[in-house]
Design a protein around this ligand. Structure first.
Ligand code: ATP
Ligand code: MG
Length: 416
């Protein structure tokens, strides 16, 4: 019997995991630089949380959720995204209020039952931020800047920020009416999803990826033309602040996001090299979600980055982020006494923070040295029975080839 991996999931093997660690580290560093703190929420939540926040007419809720009943018959769902869970946790733990700003970030796996293809998996990973407590358009600009700086930090170039405003409950009804009127003329020639959306959630039609529907999307009314004075003013200010920060962007009045909770600012960061699945980051403002989920009305904004897509850009283009060297010390031994002594030194080295390893396969000295090379050990310490008697052995600096005699008791201090 052989077991295979479930469709749409991937093993991240050690060589690639190293790259993941570097990207995750870059995320953590830049989030900290912008004063965000980490929050970790469960992998599953009550299903209602997602239905309510993401919206029952969205693709995610309609066909992409991994939903199951637990042993007591409660409906649970593997998180398809993290914003709803962060809002839930924020309300439950009193992290969210209008008097102070809460800046949170997360990093971890998400689950969506989608058709697997390049850049699209069923278990994938996101890093994202959420800010609660301010409607200031400076924050919209800052959050967009943060995503751009993060991509720069990991060495990604040629990214384009797409910017739009999807309005608010005050201006959306009129826009929705205009959209409905426009698509009603063409709907008989459009896909089944679009037909369903026309009644349930006409703005969603703009997010249709079906090739055949695209020609009707092009001529559709733009939300920017329907913004109320407040939303218009907000959008103009975001644009102004982005200009001040020197962040390049393109206004894309077709951009609506795949979740219902967005208000005002919506944005995506696009990497053209990625082909069809080319969005590496999606986000926007969601000023009504906290109240919608039972908290006090609190404005908020956030984004999520698709880490698989970031990683694939880095590996495809061999960008500057590279694997660093591995262990610092390899202890090569010959004979039982040396192995015993080496094993003790190995433990001491690790206890004092020096990454180290030795042979566990009974390999010849020559094979051990070869392995030390493969592991990119910075130093190799070679000992046999004679060295054990002397209490010292040769320490070789692998970069310079230099070798010196070092007493066992001095080994750790020398390496430090
Ligand atoms: P898309 O239009 O590509 O489906 P989305 O609007 O569903 O994206 P969001 O929910 O905004 O995506 O998620 C933010 C980011 O997470 C996306 O820009 C993308 O990089 C990544 N992402 C979303 N779904 C997947 C998936 N199934 N596999 C890998 N990455 C994904
Ligand atoms: Mg999607």
């Amino acid at each position: 019997m052989k077991y295979g991996i479930p469709r749409g999931t991937k093993d991240i093997l050690p060589a690639e995991a190293k790259l993941w660690q570097l990207v995750e580290q870059a995320c953590r560093e830049i989030f900290a630089l912008y004063d965000y703190s980490e929050i970790r929420t469960p992998i599953f939540e009550f299903t209602d949380l997602f239905t309510r926040s993401i919206g029952s007419g969205t693709d995610i809720v309609k066909k992409e959720m991994y939903t199951f009943a637990d042993r007591k018959g409660r409906s649970l769902t593997l998180r398809p995204e993290a914003t709803a869970a962060v809002v839930r946790a924020g309300i439950e733990n009193n992290l969210i209020s209008i008097e102070s700003l809460a800046k949170l970030y997360y990093l971890g796996p998400m689950f969506r039952y989608e058709r697997p293809q390049a850049g699209r998996q069923r278990q994938f990973h996101q890093a994202g931020v959420e800010v609660f407590g301010s409607a200031d358009p400076r924050l919209d600009a800052e959050v967009i800047e943060l995503s751009v700086r993060l991509f720069e930090k990991v060495g990604l170039k040629d990214l384009v920020v797409n910017l739009n405003s999807v309005g608010c409950p005050k201006c959306q009804p009129e826009f929705r009416g205009a959209i409905k009127k426009h698509f009603a003329q063409h709907i008989s020639d459009m896909c089944q999803d679009c037909r369903d959306r026309l009644e349930q959630n006409p703005m969603r039609i703009l997010d249709c990826k079906e090739a055949h529907c695209q020609k009707y999307l092009e001529k559709a009314p733009a939300s920017l033309d329907y913004l109320c004075p407040e939303c218009k003013n907000h959008f103009d200010q975001v644009v102004g602040w982005l200009g001040n920060l020197g962040i390049k962007y393109q206004v894309n009045d077709r951009l609506v996001r795949g979740l219902d909770y967005y208000t005002k600012t919506a944005f995506e960061v696009i990497a053209r090299q990625l082909g069809a699945q080319n969005a590496v980051c999606g986000g926007g403002r969601y000023d009504n979600l906290v109240a919608e989920l039972g908290g006090k009305a609190t404005p908020a904004i956030g984004f999520a980055i698709g880490l698989e897509r970031v990683i694939s850009l880095i590996t495809d283009h061999q960008l500057p982020i590279t694997n660093e060297g591995n262990i610092k010390l390899f202890i090569a031994t010959l004979g039982e006494a040396a192995t015993k002594q080496g094993f003790a030194l190995l433990s001491q080295a690790r206890a004092l923070g020096i990454s180290a390893d030795m042979d566990f396969l009974g390999k010849s000295l020559k094979a051990q040295l070869k392995n030390a090379d493969r592991l990119k050990a910075a130093f190799v310490y070679v000992m046999g029975d004679e060295e054990v008697k002397k209490g010292s052995a040769g320490l070789k600096n692998m970069a310079t080839g230099e070798q010196s005699e070092v007493e066992f008791s001095q080994l750790i201090t020398r390496l430090k």
